[in-house]
Design a protein around this ligand. Sequence first.
Ligand code: IMP
Length: 215
Amino acid sequence: MIKLGPGRLVVASHNAGKVREINELLGPLGIAPVSAAELGLPEPDEIGTTFAANAELKARQAADLSGLPAIADDSGLCVEALGNRPGIFSARWALAADPRVPPAEGPGSAEGPRDFGLAMRRVQEELKALGPEASRDAHFVCALAVCWPDGRSELFEGRVDGQLVWPPRGDRGFGYDPMFVPAGYDLTFGEMDPADKHAISHRAAAFAKLVAALG
Ligand code: IMP
């Protein structure tokens, strides 16, 4: 296993919020992250069928094109009664298309404004259609991939289990946070103090593994 010593690391994401969060998590390691957007790197199509595959293809492309080590993440919400959907299509379910048309789930990333109120309603409607006995168990997953230009790569995954509630509660998080209550808590991720969410989240768990292995 190679260590991530001080030096430049490409954060293979064009999402400013994600880049900031990764910068904050890696800062204590003395790493100077540079974003894929700053280097003018293209965004690959997310054609993988798992979180891990999508994280790895983003990091691999950035490492190959930049000649620097690169990190990428992929995450989403898995609803157990829905066969773990929306899963890798979590962002896609928020595309504000005609709400009567189910979101496309083919390979590649779809562009457009996101509406997570709509995405949460889609989840709730599908659960409601299964009847009152349907399990409301769900989990968030985060896969983190680090790839080096010489071909090596490492993968770290984190997960947080919980239950889905309706109606959504709280405006402190993002995405599906307002309908997710982590196991052992009464508040949704949308109601919780962000510091409390960061202590138990899927992303924090994946980063803790990364720091333990490479830090
Ligand atoms: P991606 O990793 O950028 O492909 O997008 C993952 C999607 O999963 C986000 O757009 C969110 O909708 C959802 N997601 C991932 N992590 C969280 C979280 O911590 N809270 C709420 N939603 C999340």
